[in-house]
Design a protein around this ligand. Sequence first.
Ligand code: AMP
Length: 214
Amino acid sequence: MRLILLGAPGAGKGTQGALLAKKHGLTKIATGDILRDAVRRDTPLGQQAKTYMNAGELVPDELILAMVRDVLSDQTEGFVLDGFPRTLEQAEGLRAILTEMEIDLDAVVVLHVPDDVLVKRISGRRSCPQCKHVYNVYFEPPAEEGQCDKCGAELVRRADDDPATVENRLQVYARQTQPLIEFYEASGTEVLYVDGTGDVDEVQDEIEEQLRSV
Ligand code: AMP
């Protein structure tokens, strides 16, 4: 199965993508994770991407497309794309890459969550730098404030999850990424609309239910 997860920051793409990947044996390709790793390792890509990311802006399409082309090149089995494509140029670029690889997308899953919930989800998000577990100080706090339940490491907030940047990220989503829904509808790809406000299991069940019809 080859899927795209579309949704605003905080809609749950990462969480739902990980569950889908595990259940269906897919590779989760999250461009945000790849970029954060590049920033941490201070690679040339990381150095170029960092300023955009910290401001909540999108990293230029050429950099993203080169990176994705590379990752997809050894991807003959299924995958779930999380956080890519984010612009029409990226969607066109992805179409060209998939055509070259002679493979098709099965569906685009759109996770919808209202803005006020998104803001709370993102501003409350804390993650463990060691085991990567993600918490939320409002909805899923760790037993001990600031500390990972699983491995004891000190929890961190992503640099772009601060309230000032969140607002910009939501605007960038509305302006640059939301139009992709229409792009995929027009291109005949199956587009599945999922209410992303429920708890993790409810949302996952709804995605599975809709995928059965694909
Ligand atoms: P995410 O973890 O998906 O929320 O991504 C975090 C940040 O990485 C975004 O705010 C962008 O700055 C950058 N980023 C991730 N994926 C993309 C993409 N497909 N195109 C451009 N920038 C991206």
